[in-house]
Design a protein around this ligand. Structure first.
Ligand SMILES: CC(=O)N[C@H]1[C@@H](OP(=O)(O)O)O[C@H](CO)[C@@H](O)[C@@H]1O
Ligand SMILES: [Mg+2]
Length: 536
């Protein structure tokens, strides 16, 4: 077997002058640089599965909201979680080994991690719609074969669908079974849960869904077959930007990242005033809502809004169900959350907020400390996780009134509707639609819950982003020395000012975020902090 890895590695040579790092979203870069990385990820997936006694590991090939010429690869742990942190390091080591040393490094990891080479290794994988996907799949399969893993190709899927399948496979036939192990099983689970959650409530008007010309388009179109139709008291979904045959259109002037960063609707949008709109990203794990207010123009309803909407709704339901004292509900955000949303959660909803570093794995982890943990990044990536105690309470509490019975049934439906493994734009969209219907709200009422502070996010090119080190959930710089004091000095001059700088985990740049009482001040603060960072 030994020389199989050696000879296979030679077919997927590493670009000599490149070094790779498993970052916030796995490996992500120009697709033509990824061949060796994906091959080696195949090897790691096999090792990880063997380490976990043959539990199935997921591999997703996607670059999410990045341009069409990029691609990426990430690993999914058995319960559908992101890869455990220590393994990011092992993956990085293997990705950077010279071709001739890959086999040696592989066996060294095997020995050091106490992995039995005879244990079974099982892997499933899928990809988004990028043209580079099929070639990278070939590299992955070569890695899996060289490591003697069993594997199943799920072809095109959204990232959250792959997370769903991974968990389903590993819980199949157990009391914790997460669902039927098939793409159809995913649609059936969501469709049935949505019908239960929405029961008796009316969804007003259509929702226009911008699919970023990515894999979310065909998958949402498929999901529609499983949802109750508008005429039968269900939902009217209008799918737009669903052109997967023109790869160059992926994420181009559309999609969740465009809408959030540009703070405007896709230029192609034909939505009228007050029309309820939302955008997915290229692999359908992010969701952003928006509408045009006849008086105030474009209004963004981002991840912070989805978090506050979900937290307030589930909080109300828990009270109605008589479970408020039993269940600890909390919200997890990052430093990019709008300050007004944090204030609203704490003062308006009376719920605790935890701030973690950027990257869903951190938020997910922190959310698990609550019975109902609502987590969203401002960019629209997030979900709600329920503790075993919460699930038990929803399932065993005997209702004392029809209202209590109704609240409990809605809560149970939500636990099936919401993807527990990872943020899922399709599932999150059905959640938002359910809540708006229950509250009889249009996006306008949703928007009125609090007023966002004007904010600006800028990307700053720097010579060495690794020079910038942070603490306090990335809200403060500790290096370069002295820079944070200067930022603090600037911030003080702005009403409601807040600003921080951190190195991106996915791009070769520094990100500077600023918010302040007015648009002009937020812009001014952001550009001043950016200029300051550049000087160092
Ligand atoms: C400000 C921002 O939106 N950052 C994004 C971005 O991370 P950076 O480390 O900032 O590049 O990509 C991550 C992966 O998709 C996502 O989790 C995160 O929220
Ligand atoms: Mg994504």
């Amino acid at each position: 077997m030994a020389d199989t890895i050696l000879s296979a590695a030679a077919k997927h040579p590493k670009p000599e002058d490149k070094s790779f790092k498993y970052g916030t979203a796995g490996f992500r870069m120009k697709a033509n640089l990824l061949d060796s990385v994906v091959f080696r990820v195949g090897l790691v997936a096999a090792l990880r599965s063997r380490k976990l006694s043959g539990q199935t590991i997921g591999v997703m090939i996607t670059a999410s909201h990045n341009p069409p010429e990029d691609n990426g690869v990430k690993l999914v742990d058995p319960m559908g979680d992101m890869l455990e942190a220590s393994w990011e390091g092992y993956t990085t080591i293997l990705a950077n080994a010279p071709d001739a040393e890959v086999e040696g490094v592989y066996h060294k990891l095997e020995t050091e991690l106490n992995i039995n080479p005879e244990s079974p290794a099982r892997v499933i994988y899928a990809r988004d719609t990028r043209p580079s996907g099929p070639t990278l799949v070939t590299a992955l399969v070569d890695g899996l074969k060289a490591a003697r893993a069993e594997y199943t190709d799920y072809k095109l899927l959204t990232t959250p669908q792959l997370h769903y399948l991974t968990r389903c496979i590993n819980t199949e036939g157990t009391p914790q079974s997460y669902g039927v192990v098939s793409e159809k099983g995913y649609y059936e689970k969501l469709g049935a849960a949505f019908a239960r959650a929405i029961k008796g409530k009316k969804i007003s008007g259509p929702v226009i869904v911008d699919c970023a010309n990515g894999v979310g388009g065909p998958k949402l179109t498929e999901l529609l077959k499983y949802l109750p139709k508008a005429l039968e008291g269900g939902i009217d979904i209008k799918v737009v930007n669903n052109d997967v045959l023109r790869p160059e259109s992926l994420n181009h002037e559309c999609g969740a990242d465009f809408v959030k960063t540009k703070q405007r609707a896709p230029p192609s949008s034909k939505a009228g005033p007050n029309d309820r709109c939302c955008s997915l990203d290229g692999d359908a794990d992010r969701l952003i809502y928006y509408f045009t207010d006849p008086e105030h123009g474009f209004r963004l309803l981002d991840g912070d809004r989805i978090a506050t909407l979900a937290a307030s709704f589930i909080g109300d339901l828990s009270r109605e169900a008589g479970l408020a004292d039993e269940l600890k509900i909390g919200v997890v955000q990052t430093a990019y959350a709008n300050g007004a949303s944090t204030k609203y959660i704490v003062n308006g909803l009376g719920l605790p907020v935890v701030c973690t570093p950027t990257g869903v794995k951190h938020l997910h982890h922190a959310a698990k400390n609550f019975d109902v943990g609502v987590y969203f990044e401002a960019n629209g990536h997030g979900t709600v996780v329920f503790s075993p105690q919460a699930l038990k309470a929803f399932n065993t509490k005997s209702p004392e009134s029809p209202a209590q019975a109704g609240a409990l049934e809605t809560l149970r439906a939500l636990t099936d509707l919401i993807n527990q493994t990872v943020g899922d734009a399709l599932s999150d969209m059905l959640l938002v639609e359910t809540i708006l219907a229950h509250k009889s709200w249009t996006p306008r009422e949703w928007d009125l819950t609090y007023t966002d502070l004007p904010n600006r996010l800028v990307r700053v090119e720097v010579t060495d982003r690794y020079m910038y080190k942070t603490t306090d959930a990335e809200r403060k710089l500790v290096e370069p020395a002295g820079l944070q004091e200067q930022i603090d000095g600037l911030v003080k001059k702005f009403k409601d000012g807040r600003s921080f700088a951190r190195a991106s985990g996915t791009e070769d740049a520094l990100r500077v975020y600023a918010e302040a009482a007015t648009r002009a001040e937020a812009d001014d603060l952001a550009s001043k902090v950016a200029a300051l960072c550049k000087q160092y």
